[in-house]
Write a protein that binds this ligand. Structure first.
Ligand code: SAH
Ligand code: SF4
Length: 381
């Protein structure tokens, strides 16, 4: 049983004290490497890192450019990949697969492979085990926060799915996109998310505009990325869910005072600093029937959005989560909502519900750990 480290952490961005039950994370490959070879030259670590992303290599033993002794030590002391599949569920339509991944400390998290319109794959990755934000409609939120994923565990979700595809030669092989829409809040794990993205950009054929970081709106780190010269030029999606401060506080309880005003202000500075035609912000909007999906609310949303630097909304029909009292909006209601937004000139897309038969749709990601900790768990099959 893992030791649970309890710390009280004041998160200024949230404006209140969030209590994390934080588990220590396993050591990363980099940490192990420096422990084993304290004087390892940088070119060697880079050589190893590049090899990890070469699909034809399956073990440290196969990196023939490394000295034999080093290969042997690495093979016995460093895991080749930081995650292993405990279970893989494939949707009946064959367009989605969900893996329940086990980390080295035994904790589980999930990662999803989804077919995209270009006959390629998008992977939906997790950034944390659980989430501290507690959004009222989200299954991950219900399980609380366990720990941040390491940058290996984030980056290796790509490697995991590449190997899966290789084992399924009948499927298209290319992973073209990554979205941080699995478990956790990516801007709550800023450094590891950034590091994993840099590794993909360096060692895979995925370009920065094909990577989307989705955030509930952690303003402190949204400010940080504006000033960070090392922040990769990826796309940002902000989960809005309401353009009314009070309603948003009810749906997303970690909403800070004046969030909407601050977000609009941030969006303009983002556009000035990092924005261009391909780096616009998208708003995600989970539709909850009777809560935030009326035509009047769509009108209010459009008016708010037009005050920000962005004009793109992705509406997400709510995916049912057991134990939550919300209901999914009927398609006619969704269509009406979208048409009101469009009448204001807003670019609207609707998230296709995929993998609902394997509970891999957005926000349905929840692990055994949640069941153990008393949170409700949806059946996986
Ligand atoms: N924590 C980040 C990223 C993970 S959640 C965020 O909140 O943005 C990814 C997206 O799934 C978010 O837009 C979130 O609001 C949405 N989501 C969560 N649970 C959902 C559910 N049950 N149905 C539909 N969308 C959901
Ligand atoms: Fe966390 Fe995102 Fe779920 Fe909110 S919607 S609880 S931020 S994972």
């Amino acid at each position: 049983m893992m030791k649970e480290v309890r710390i009280d952490q004041k998160d200024e961005s949230m404006g209140n004290t969030v209590e994390f039950h934080r588990m220590p994370a396993p050591k990363t490959r980099r940490q192990l490497l420096t422990e084993l070879f304290p004087d390892v030259p940088r070119y060697r670590t880079e050589q190893i890192e590049a090899a990890l992303f070469q699909p034809r290599l399956k073990s440290f033993e196969e990196i023939t450019t490394l000295p034999k002794e080093m290969r042997q030590t690495l093979s016995t002391s460093v895991p080749w990949i930081s995650v292993e599949a405990e279970r893989i569920l494939e949707s009946a339509r064959g367009d989605t697969a969900k893996a329940i991944l086990k980390a080295e400390d035994g904790l589980r998290f999930e990662s999803v492979l989804m077919a995209n319109a270009r006959d390629q794959w998008t992977i939906c990755v997790s950034s944390q085990i659980g989430c501290a934000m507690g959004c009222t409609f989200c299954a991950t939120g219900a399980m609380g926060f366990k720990r941040n994923l390491t940058s290996d565990e984030i980056a290796d979700q790509y490697r995991f799915w590449k190997t899966y595809l290789e084992d399924h030669p009948e499927l298209p092989q290319r992973i073209s996109n990554v979205v941080f829409m699995g478990m956790g809040e990516p801007l709550g794990n800023y450094d590891n998310v950034k590091d994993a993205i840099h590794r993909w950009l360096k060692h895979t054929d995925i370009g920065p505009t094909h990577i989307t970081v989705s955030t509930v709106g952690v303003l402190m780190n949204m400010e940080r990325l504006l000033k960070d010269p090392d922040w990769p030029p990826v796309r940002i999606a902000v989960s809005l869910h309401s353009a009314d401060q009070k309603r948003r506080e009810e749906i997303v309880p970690t909403t800070v005072p004046d969030f909407l005003i601050k977000l609009a202000d941030w969006s303009h500075r983002y556009a000035d600093t990092l924005g261009n035609r391909r780096h616009h912000i998208t708003y995600e909007y989970t539709l909850l029937s009777g809560v935030n999906d009326t035509p009047e609310i769509a009108d209010e949303l459009a008016r708010y959005i037009l005050k920000t630097s962005a004009a793109k909304v992705n509406v997400i029909p709510w995916n049912p989560v057991q134990g939550k009292i919300f209901s999914t909006s009927a398609q006619e209601r969704i269509d009406k909502f979208k048409s009101v937004l469009r009448s204001h000139g807003i670019d609207v897309t609707q998230r296709k519900t995929m993998g609902d038969d394997i509970a891999a749709a957005c926000g349905q990601l929840i692990t055994e750990t949640a069941a153990e900790s008393g949170a409700r768990r949806i059946p996986l099959e």
